[in-house]
Design a protein. Structure first.
Length: 863
């Protein structure tokens, strides 16, 4: 190595050099000008060898990704973890690369001493601090030399106006940091700037109107910040701009019509803002444009008819807006187009048959629009490159000739909420690469054909729910399956026993079918299973004990079956269930206290069983329900039925935000545990139709997020707590048919509920009930007490005259009503309808009272 003293250029990038002992390297590189050791793992440790500090001629030094996990670690001036000796000893450096070395600490201030520095690359570390403090003051020698600055993927928090001093900067990358505050107003002073990357930060405020001064800017990325306000009118002055990324901000207003003047634009990304108005008619003038992403905004109007002129377009995303009208006839002229996303708009009319001639199209998404008509083989005729097709949720009928072989091999086909049936689509028979197939609610009936199981070895996600499918299922050959939904069909038989062969399965939904028998214990062999939905069938027997060993099971829905016995105590040993639904079965006995060990539980539904005993006191310690800092779960595979606000609906994407307890329609007794008021995340609480007694917990106001509260048809007594009026989120309240007494608390919020919320509580008074509380007439009672004996005589005289006039008055009124009903048919009909309604309501009230008495007698038999 001593013979290398005259070496001037050494490039060993990504040569997989072995770790070396720094002390073993006794070399003299005094003539070396260029050294590139990037992409190696030299394992130098915390001691930098002398030869690396004595490169007196070095101008280009690249040690990126060369040190093992933060091995560069010096402590200079107290808190800096950075190889500052390299800077101090090599001030002639023009290029310094120390990217992805896991360095920590603040940017060193001595960077400003590198007066010849042309390029500084420090990306992918954990560096903090202020750029202006590190690069120097207005008199720093770096101002005239620095052209390339890459500090991406660090933890830098500030970009000050001092950046404007570096007039020669051509490239700035501060993306994926923590830069806060507005875009510096001095930024447009960088007249040499060509590339500006500030995406994935915390920038606020508006884009400066002076941005238009950056006349040679070619690339600008401000995406994923919190920038607000309109797109600057001056933006189209950036005549050299090729890439414009402003996505996922808070931009408003319209797209400037002058955008059509930016003739060099190749990529536009404005998705995820609140931009309004139409797509500018000038947009098709951008003949160089390759990618246009305006998705998830508030755009209206129509797609410009002349969009077919944009011959270089390869990517169009307009989904998630309110664009209306037909698909332009010129659109299929975009022969280079590979990706077309028009979903979630208000497009009308028919799908153009000429779309079938777009041979380069890879992905086509027309879902969730108002498109009508028939889709035939002509729409697919020449789509030879297609891998993803989504026409779901339109008013479309799919009538493809069963003998036709599609010219593509798609990995994703979605046709849900279209009329695909009644037969299972035979044209799919030739598809061998399908990974996602969604034919839910597609009017398909009959048996799933055998050929489908034979081509399904690659399918990972299968949706066939809400059809009229019948027969038994055979899934044993679908070894790639990760999730399937066959719910809401007419499938029958027992569950297959081949679950062990489906080792990748994560979600099963067979709800609302006609399956019977016992819940197969072989299901427990699916170690990755997180969602098991068997609700709405005729399964009998008990819950398999082996479910307690399934470490990934988050959703267990066994509701609406014929399961019986006691809820097993081992259920508390389940590892991480978020949702436990056992409603509408025949479980009896007490609720096991072990349920309180389910710390991740968010939704508990034990309604409509024969459970007895009291509500476990430990419910108040259910961790996730009582922790105000509980995080939101990742999205679940499928939805779960939950009754809330007296309405039963399927919660899908919203399920991960829901916190609910439903113990209604059982035989539970005792007090409502005060500990339930600790469940601060609870949104739905239903304890109705039990035999609960005592009062409503006075600390009910602790349930700040409660939206639905149903305590009806119990034996609750005492007053309604005044604190109930503090539940501002409460949208449904039912306290009817209890033994509550006293005034209904007065508040603006409680006044929005009707008297139906309080019916059947004879001792309740005050609005909205018609019964006034006794205190309401206190003043008139006091006046009456002071009338004296003289007024008493007058009252008796008035009473005699009143009663003597009442008899003929009543007779006359009664005769008038009878005559009116006899001669007026419409009045007669309305009167009897009204009287029938009153009688029916009285009968219902009597029946409910009798049931409550009967139930109480069963619980407390006479001895």
């Amino acid at each position: 190595m001593s013979m290398l003293s005259s070496l001037q250029f050494l490039g060993l990038a990504r040569c997989y050099l072995p770790k070396v002992d720094p002390a073993a390297l006794q070399v003299n590189f005094t003539s070396l000008e260029f050294l590139d050791l990037s992409g190696n793992n030299l394992g130098i440790g915390s001691v930098i060898p002398n030869w690396l500090l004595n490169l007196s001629s070095i101008t280009h030094l690249d040690l990126s990704s060369s040190f093992a996990g933060g091995a560069i670690s010096f402590s200079i001036e107290g808190a800096v973890s950075f190889p500052t000796e390299i800077i101090n000893n090599n001030k002639q450096l023009a290029f310094l690369g120390l990217e992805y070395n896991s360095m920590r600490g603040e940017l060193p201030k001595n960077l400003s001493n590198l007066c010849h520095l042309f390029a500084l690359k420090l990306a992918g570390n954990g560096l903090t601090g202020d750029i202006s403090a590190a690069l120097g003051n207005p008199f720093s020698c770096l101002q005239n030399t620095l052209r390339y600055l890459d500090l991406a993927e660090n933890k830098i928090s500030r970009l000050g106006d001092e950046i404007g001093y570096f007039k020669n900067l051509e490239y700035i990358d501060l993306s994926r940091n923590s830069v806060e505050g507005p875009i510096p107003v001095s930024l447009p002073q960088l007249s040499s700037l060509k590339y500006l990357y500030l995406g994935f930060n915390k920038l606020t405020g508006r884009i400066p109107e002076s941005i238009g001064q950056l006349s040679i800017l070619e690339y600008i990325d401000l995406s994923r910040n919190s920038i607000e306000g309109p797109i600057p009118v001056s933006l189209p002055l950036l005549s050299s701009l090729r890439h414009l990324y402003l996505g996922y901000n808070k931009l408003t207003g319209i797209i400037p019509t002058s955008i059509g003047q930016m003739s060099n634009l190749e990529f536009i990304e404005l998705l995820g803002n609140s931009i309004e108005g139409p797509i500018p008619v000038s947009l098709p003038q951008l003949s160089s444009l390759k990618s246009l992403d305006l998705g998830n905004n508030k755009l209206t109007g129509r797609i410009p008819k002349s969009i077919g002129q944009m011959s270089n377009l390869e990517y169009i995303a307009l989904s998630g807006n309110s664009i209306e009208g037909p698909i332009p006839e010129s659109l299929p002229q975009l022969s280079s187009l590979k990706h077309l996303y028009l979903g979630y708009n208000k497009l009308t009319g028919r799908i153009l048959e000429s779309i079938g001639q777009m041979s380069n199209l890879v992905e086509l998404d027309l879902s969730n629009n108002l498109l009508k008509g028939v889709v035939t083989e002509l729409h697919l005729a020449n789509l030879t490159s297609l891998t993803a097709l989504d026409i779901s949720s339109n008013e479309l009928a799919v009538k493809i000739n069963p003998k036709v072989v599609a010219p593509f091999q798609a990995s994703t086909i979605r046709m849900s909420n279209c009329k695909v049936g009644p037969q299972f689509p035979t044209w799919l028979r030739a598809q061998r690469n399908i990974r996602v197939l969604d034919l839910s609610n597609a009017s398909i009936s009959g048996i799933i054909p055998d050929w489908f199981y034979n081509i399904s070895f690659n399918i990972e996600t299968l949706y066939l729910s809400s059809n009229e499918l019948s027969g038994e299922i055979s899934l044993c050959n679908m070894k790639s399956l990760k999730g399937f939904d066959l719910s809401n069909n007419k499938l029958f038989g027992t569950l297959p026993e081949c679950w062990k062969r489906l080792g990748q399965l994560q979600a099963i939904n067979l709800g609302n079918n006609l399956f019977s028998g016992q819940v197969a214990t072989s299901l427990c062999s699916i170690t990755e299973l997180s969602f098991l939905g068997l609700q709405g069938n005729a399964f009998s027997g008990s819950i398999p004990k082996c479910l307690s060993t399934m470490t990934n099971l988050e959703i267990l829905d066994l509701g609406r079956n014929k399961l019986a016995g006691r809820i097993p105590s081992w259920i508390g040993r389940m590892v991480q269930p978020r949702v436990l639904n056992l409603e509408f079965n025949s479980f009896y006995g007490e609720i096991p206290m072990s349920i309180c060990k389910l710390g991740d539980l968010r939704v508990l539904n034990l309604a409509h069983n024969n459970l007895s005993g009291s509500i476990p006191l430990c419910f108040g310690y259910l961790t996730t329900l009582s922790d105000p800092n509980s995080s939101v779960d990742d999205p679940y595979w499928f939805g779960v039925e939950v009754q809330m606000k007296s309405i039963t609906r399927v919660y899908t994407s919203a399920l991960r935000y829901l916190f609910s307890i439903d113990l209604s329609n059982n035989r539970l007794n005792g007090d409502i545990p005060a500990g339930l008021t600790r469940l601060c995340n609870l949104e739905n609480l239903n304890l109705s139709q039990n035999d609960l007694w005592g009062g409503i917990p006075p600390k009910i106001a602790n349930l700040k997020k409660l939206e639905s509260l149903d305590l009806s048809i119990n034996q609750l007594s005492g007053p309604i707590p005044q604190s109930l009026s503090e539940l501002d989120s409460l949208g449904y309240l039912n306290l009817s048919f209890n033994q509550l007494s006293g005034p209904i608390p007065s508040s603006a919020h409680l006044s929005t509920f009707t008297n139906e919320s309080y019916l059947g509580n004879d001792a309740l008074c005050g609005p909205p009930l018609s019964k006034n509380c006794s205190g309401d007439h206190g003043q008139s009672d006091d006046i009456h007490k002071h009338h004296g004996d003289d007024s008493a005589g007058k009252d008796e005289s008035y009473a005699r005259w009143l009663y003597s006039g009442m008899a003929p008055g009543f007779a006359t009124g009664f005769l008038g009503v009878c005559c009116s009903l006899y001669f007026k048919h419409s009045w007669r009909r309305s009167f009897f309808l009204w009287s029938d309604k009153i009688i029916t309501e009285l009968l219902v009230m009597v029946e409910i009272k009798l049931q409550k008495v009967s139930r109480k007698c069963k619980m407390n038999p006479i001895r």
